[in-house]
Design a protein around this ligand. Structure first.
Ligand SMILES: NC(=O)c1ccc[n+]([C@@H]2O[C@H](COP(=O)([O-])OP(=O)(O)OC[C@H]3O[C@@H](n4cnc5c(N)ncnc54)[C@H](OP(=O)(O)O)[C@@H]3O)[C@@H](O)[C@H]2O)c1
Length: 290
């Protein structure tokens, strides 16, 4: 299969690159914004006009600056919505499969239980709204052959993320305050990358047309940002005290949903996936970083 991966320099893009190093089953084309700029519809059209046929498109690129999006509505919309619609149209015309990554921030976080794929979406910040428009554009354009994977709290050994920030702060400070009233499931980007490769390696994925659908993926279990930080310090033997604070005590430009724990039941059953717990995967990632 010829597989196009966008966002090659992001956390997920680099995690996919790491995993396919020893993978000669498929031909991968990896693009960053230099090759395929998703903020420009001309760049997207030109890229597909000049490219060979793709069987699968994995869209890992996104506008992910949650706070900055509040001021950069148009850019967030171009990348997370308009470009996604265009990718879906090209996928349709190539009869290719599209795997598009979305977010737990399409929910308002008011659920008291785990979020199911069928639960009502209601994003409360610009980033979440732009990602939901992207999801809808895929489903409207591709009634078949698209998978939307909603994930949450992504971290990895690559780029900037919560785990790397906590490692830095834990080495610099004796005490830090971390928000304790936002609950979710951390996702080690390598686990998501492995899950994507597992899905596309299934013969039926390419041989049989399927109805487009949403799936949730994160590591198993749930935590708050402050307990996440405590676990990082415990595993790394860092002597830094974590003081839990409320979201109101840590104001940000974009409001964050309070509880976005995703149910993983559908994806584990449908694709016979085994997903590690967040604590196990955190340990693995810390070993990679250190
Ligand atoms: N990070 C999270 O906590 C989180 C949570 C839920 C869902 N997600 C979703 O998961 C997916 C992967 O996230 P991630 O953590 O890997 O994000 P990331 O590390 O921020 O990577 C995003 C990538 O998109 C690229 N990009 C941005 N604008 C672009 C443009 N105009 N044209 C082409 N590429 C562009 C960036 O390029 P540069 O490297 O050049 O900037 C970057 O490499 C995204 O769909 C995101 O919405 C992430």
């Amino acid at each position: 299969m010829n597989i196009l991966v966008t966002g090659k320099n992001g956390q997920l893009g680099r995690s996919i690159q790491k995993i396919i190093l020893n993978y000669d089953l498929h031909e991968f084309t990896l693009t960053g914004r230099e090759e395929l700029d998703l903020s420009s519809s001309e760049s997207i059209s030109k890229y597909f006009d000049d490219s060979p046929h793709f069987d699968v498109i994995i869209n890992c690129a996104a506008y992910t600056a949650v706070d900055r999006a509040e001021d950069e509505l148009e850019l967030a919309d171009k990348i997370n919505h308009q470009a996604v619609k265009q990718l879906a149209r090209f996928a349709n015309s190539l009869n290719a499969r599209l795997i598009h990554i979305s977010t737990d921030y399409v929910f308002d976080g008011k659920n008291e239980s785990l979020y199911l794929e069928s639960d009502k979406t209601n994003p409360i910040n610009i980033y979440g709204k732009s990602k939901l428009l992207g999801e809808n554009a895929v489903l409207e354009t591709m009634s078949n052959n698209a998978l939307l994977l909603r994930t949450s709290w992504v971290y990895s050994e690559f780029g900037h993320n919560f785990v790397k920030t906590m490692l830095r702060l834990g080495n610099e400070k004796n005490e830090i305050s971390v928000v304790s009233d936002q609950i979710g499931s951390p996702t080690y980007a390598s686990d998501l990358a492995k899950a994507i490769l597992h899905i596309i390696s299934n013969d039926n994925f390419i041989k049989q047309s399927f109805q487009s659908e949403v799936f949730h993926f994160s590591n198993i279990g749930e935590t708050s940002w402050s307990d996440f930080a405590k676990e990082i310090f415990k595993l790394e033997h860092l002597n830094c005290k974590v003081t839990p604070i409320s979201s109101e005590q840590y104001p940000t430009l974009a409001i964050r949903p309070k509880n976005t724990t995703l149910s993983k039941e559908k994806i584990t059953k449908h694709f016979k996936l085994q997903i590690p717990s967040w604590k196990k995967s955190l340990k693995e990632c810390l070993n990679e970083i250190i």
